[in-house]
Design a protein. Sequence first.
Length: 461
Amino acid sequence: MKKPIIAFTALLVAAGASVGAFLAVKNKKDNEDMVSSQLEADNVLFSFDPDSVTKIDFNCDDGLYTAEYDSESETWSLTNRDDFALDQVYIQYICTYTSTLTAETSYGEADSEKKAMYGLDDPEMITVYEPDGEHSVYIGDMSPTGDYYYVMTADKNNIYAIDSLYGSVLKASRLMLKNKEFLPYNAYNIQEIKTIKNGEVTCDLTYDSASQTWSLPEEYSQLVFDQTAVSAIVNNIVCIEAEEMLDENLEDLSKYGFDDPEAEVIVKGLDGTERRLLISLFDANPTYSYVLKENDNQVELYYTTDMSFIDNTAYDYILQNVTSADIYSITGFELSFGDFSDTCTISMKENTCEFNGSPVDFENSSVYTAFQNYYNSFTILNLTAVDAEVQPELIDPALTAIYHFDDSDDITVDLVDNGSGGYYVFRNGSYTGAVAGNELDGSRTSITEFRNSLIDLSGIE
């Protein structure tokens, strides 16, 4: 009987030992988890609602800047000074990043030696105010590897490391706080955009708030303005932001090429304000352009493609294919060019046409298409340029088209050779400011070829 009892006792001892070992391991793991949890909790530096922030103090190398939120206008502005408008997006980043700011690791309790080592003996500071209290973070140096920024908070005496992305945002400066918008306007409160190159106005766009339309100066009034084209440009301009803020209070214009700029831009607001900007190409890297905001003498860096609007002229804001007269509204036309002189009476409603005294069979689809091609070849003007500076005379036109209507006066369109392969466009005896590139002869798409095709298909003598 002794052997079974001994064996049973041995089992109990063994079992007790294994349970004890298990409990020891479990307790050790629980303690480790508790410590880890405590460390993780300690690494959570702030936790609050980012939308509840009402005020932020930026104590940086450039001085103290206090930003406060106005709930009525839903904007942030400086309240301890009026140097400049704030970058609204940057301020929102500060609210968002600080609200859940969590350290990657902790370097333990700070002392004077550690503070000096991590650049926290004379740190920059941001204090965020919200209804439940205020939260201050001190920003020190970046780690040698560039992965972290060293920080401390007002309510903890440890030194922490946060991701360098967040640290670089929190490392505030005057230029980071500055509004980086190209213009302080939106698409609906700009009154005028004027571009000047080499001392001459190359484009001048004006907005009429009553009719909600844009226009060019009076000399272009006979051209058809393209509202869509200007809307696309304006919508782009008001969204442009600087890639980098450079010099303030620039004295030497030649430093960035502003002594001989690519262009000067003057933008006026409906509120009577005005912004003047000089634009210069960054020669070392043409991807970028310098912009000098003359109102506050601030130099900024932009993508050159965003500045492409300075190359636009009046031509870019007009319809470049213009119909002189709608075929469905005319009763006839007279056309003369070269050795040809044609007369036509037409009714598109009744589907009838007489060309040089002979009927044209519109029931024949080939003939109908040929007539349309012929009519469009001289009626749809392909405008290749605008030139309001010249004053051409209406002498010896290369083409004259007279359109007749039932209920309105005739329209006469003349094309006068400009000596450079194009034609000055006259309407009812007045120069329109446009140059057309329509081909009268010598190609498959010329008026002569379309006329010949119509005559051949319709059998007109």
